[in-house]
Design a protein around this ligand. Structure first.
Ligand code: NAD
Length: 374
């Protein structure tokens, strides 16, 4: 197998702690698959600002452009809150997404059997949940012009523009339809086509692409208000949910919370595939922030970062077998009653960040030995 280079961007707060555990899992997966993984590390966010005055230094960006995949921890913290908006740690994250044109945001919402009780929904509604939200990340009302607040007559008027071009819809729809092929072959596209023309066009373009190239995929359409309701009524009806930037922002947080703690939620952001190399820029990161309240105490939950590493194996390196082993190892560790503080339940054993990494590695070794015997 060809060599793969992974850039680690630990960032701030608990970022370095959780990325360190995810790196151990990636190293294990590389050697299990006989793949040559190499790692480098660079600064981003507040740590980068302290060192260079820039939350995304040129050196980090160059390394990011050259890497096969990137794993990021988290950025930000109270130390940098007084800084100018342009050099805040969060700008580093926005800038890297923009520079790599990461237009497709993937957020799985999975419920591990052992944590079904931790959801605010009934366990039977949530047990076995496995949905993937594909959100467009670089367009829509967040970027549309005209925007701003003006004085018109005696009144202040606020204005934002929901805007999508057909090619933007097609490229994100293609991501969702391709991903559905490797899952249960069903995509639900979410819009507000009854009220907003921009999303009526969205609906037509998604349908056109499906009919032309993806007749094997079942495509349905749903209005966003209904989708929000269905996500809490019966989330297991969905396989892949495709949506625009603003609707996706809201629905993905809603879906995320179905499954319990912030410390369990991974994500991936993907760019355009280069037709020459067949590679695409890809950044993997936990959904949570830098959790300054628990940083440096070895109590953060590293599972979101480890699941993000699992997504890297699956989506950047086609290592589905190792990615599935990572998911199973986490499920086994949770089933054995091992928990970090954020997901602690009565009767369970509380582990720190490093010890949770140890437990998952041990479970991976056990699973792979079992497979060798079988
Ligand atoms: P947060 O996600 O950092 O923390 C929210 C709460 O969840 C805290 O109580 C925290 O202790 C807990 N938590 C988060 N991750 C956890 C984990 N892995 N294990 C255990 N508990 C965990 O959100 P916040 O407090 O609103 O933001 C803190 C800083 O992070 C801010 O500077 C914010 O701008 C930044 N932030 C960064 C990102 C990112 O880098 N992607 C995302 C959100 C917030």
């Amino acid at each position: 197998m060809t060599a793969r280079h992974i850039l680690l961007l630990p960032g701030d707060g608990i970022g370095p702690e959780v990325v360190a555990q995810a790196k151990r899992i990636l190293a294990w997966a590389g050697s299990h698959a006989g793949a040559e993984f190499t790692f480098s590390e660079a600064l981003i966010g507040g740590a980068a600002y302290d060192e260079t005055g820039n939350p995304l230094p040129a050196k980090t960006l160059a390394l990011a452009k050259a890497a096969d995949a990137i794993l990021l921890g988290a950025v930000g913290g109270p130390k940098w809150e007084g800084l100018d908006y342009g050099v805040r740690p969060e700008r580093g994250l926005l800038a890297i997404r923009k520079e790599l044109d990461l237009f497709a945001n993937l957020r799985p919402a999975m419920c591990f059997e052992a944590l079904a009780d931790a959801s605010s929904l009934k366990p039977e509604v949530i047990a076995g949940l496995d949905i993937l939200i594909v959100r467009e990340l670089t367009g829509d009302i967040y970027f549309g012009e005209p925007r701003g607040v003006t004085i018109e007559g005696n009144h202040r008027v606020g204005r934002n523009t929901m805007i999508y071009a057909d090619w933007e819809v097609t490229r994100i729809a293609r991501v969702a339809l391709d991903l559905a092929r490797a899952r249960n072959s069903a995509v639900c596209s979410v819009d507000k086509a009854n009220v907003l023309e921009a999303t009526e066009m969205w609906r037509e373009e998604v349908q056109k692409l499906r009919d032309a190239e993806y007749s094997d995929i079942t495509l349905s359409h749903m209005y966003v208000d209904n989708a929000a309701m269905q996500l809490v009524r019966n989330p297991k009806q969905f396989d892949v949910m495709l949506t625009g930037n603003m609707f996706g922002d809201i629905l993905s947080d809603c879906a995320a919370m179905l499954t319990g703690s912030l410390g369990m939620l991974p994500s991936a952001s993907l760019g355009e595939t280069d037709p020459k190399t067949n590679q695409r820029p890809a950044l993997y990161e936990p959904v949570h922030g830098s959790a300054p309240d628990i940083a440096g105490q070895d109590i953060a939950n590293p599972i979101a970062a480890i699941l993000s590493a699992g997504m890297m194996l699956r989506y950047s390196f086609n290592m589905d077998r190792e990615a599935a082993l990572v998911d199973r190892a986490i499920a086994d560790v949770l089933a054995a009653g091992k928990r970090t503080a954020d997901i602690m339940q009565p009767g369970s054993t509380q582990l720190g960040t490093q010890a949770m990494g140890d437990a998952i590695l041990e479970a991976l070794t056990t699973l792979s030995n079992q497979q060798k015997v079988a």
